[in-house]
Design a protein around this ligand. Sequence first.
Ligand SMILES: C[C@](O)(CO)[C@H](O)COP(=O)(O)OP(=O)(O)OC[C@H]1O[C@@H](n2ccc(N)nc2=O)[C@H](O)[C@@H]1O
Ligand SMILES: Nc1ncnc2c1ncn2[C@@H]1O[C@H](COP(=O)(O)OP(=O)(O)OP(=O)(O)O)[C@@H](O)[C@H]1O
Length: 311
Amino acid sequence: MTSPLESPMAVTVRVPAKINLELFVGPRGEDGYHSLATVYQAVGIHDEVTAAYHNEWGCSVSGRDADRVPTDESNLALKAARTLAERTGGQDPVHLSIRKEIPVAGGMAGGSADAAAALLACDALWETGLSKDDLDEVAAEIGSDVPFLLHGGTAVGSGRGEVITAVLAKGTYHWVFVPSLDTGLSTPAVYRAFDERMAGMAIEDPTPSATLMSALRAGDPMALAPVLDNDLQPDAIALRPDIGEVIEAAMGFGALAAIVSGSGPTVAVLAESTEGAIDLAVSLTASGVAGDILRATGPVAGAHIIPTTRV
Ligand SMILES: C[C@](O)(CO)[C@H](O)COP(=O)(O)OP(=O)(O)OC[C@H]1O[C@@H](n2ccc(N)nc2=O)[C@H](O)[C@@H]1O
Ligand SMILES: Nc1ncnc2c1ncn2[C@@H]1O[C@H](COP(=O)(O)OP(=O)(O)OP(=O)(O)O)[C@@H](O)[C@H]1O
């Protein structure tokens, strides 16, 4: 048995953002969710969530876009912690300190990432001993993207995006991200626009493309670039025409590819190398089309515990 002296008082988890290298959207089911065939990649932009025992449940948020993140019960990390506590028969309350780097409402799964981090942190703090499958199940209940953020790397998401299968991917990819200049996009609104555009058309259950898989196996960004694909891109651009301008500018500056990340509005720009990514970031900033640029490589690990205070 663990002595109280060895039990952690706080656990900190670092969690990455995601992009969708491919996002094929199938028909909408009766539950309101669309069947997906997506290929996720975890990229090196990270949030950190620290779970610490406290006399009441709560959370606080600092860092990028912190003022746009709720700290009430609608915070996805807090929701995840409370759901995990319920599933495991009740636990002592925690305070979650969230440090954000992932753009909010940007299509990079920031809220889902914090939820995944909170699950891992609370699981360790409370020593619930849940299996990986059990944790994945709670994650899927919080949001479709959450299981992937626990997993990380490069992986296929099927079902509504929550069923994760690792893929064989070689190499490191160099990305430049252009988040929105002003506000984010609502994920349900983008899916609704997709439904309106596709109304009356027969939509089949999607499958991942073989060409994308072989580009990933080869670890070749030149082969990956032409097969990046996102069925939600026309809808994100229709809702936010400035996204189209960013894509056009990035391609004009020599990007290998530029694609909307998930439901947008962040644009993910693929470069050939670190130097290429720096050049693109400089050109995009200088052109005035993008105010704020992030650079990262992928794939990176999913949510993981980082060393923290022990008493
Ligand atoms: C756009 C993506 O980020 C791509 O990975 C995801 O599909 C969205 O994942 P998420 O934000 O974790 O989504 P959830 O929190 O599960 O769902 C939010 C809303 O998105 C829509 N939604 C989500 C997933 C899915 N397969 N079909 C949907 O139609 C639904 O309107 C749902 O009410
Ligand atoms: N911990 C959190 N971090 C960020 N946003 C949160 C969080 N909890 C709740 N939210 C709310 O969720 C909304 C969507 O934020 P999020 O950053 O997850 O969007 P997103 O990256 O577009 O998501 P996805 O890519 O999963 O569709 C925000 O507008 C915010 O109000």
